[in-house]
Design a protein. Sequence first.
Length: 103
Amino acid sequence: MFMAQVTGSIVSTQKVDSMVGQKLLIVEPLRLEAKKRGRLDSTGRTFVVVDTVGAGEGEVVLCVQGSSARFTAQTEKLPIDAAIVGIIDQVHVGDKSVRIPSF
């Protein structure tokens, strides 16, 4: 699993039948700032994911990849490699509350 921020969406009018009606989002994975560990920073990468929880642009989400992306009732028969499985409200490391980036 990894944390990511939703940065955009994808519209695809031509796709396999099983993907019709699936919401596709663009996410940028986040990592904990190395030194102070007080905020989340972008890794500079992007992924296309299927949204299973109704996430929106700017939200920080919990994503899964590989076969784990197909372990939900909504995604078990989809040809996907990554999915959003949660929306993150807070992150705590030790006794610190980690700042979630705003979009």
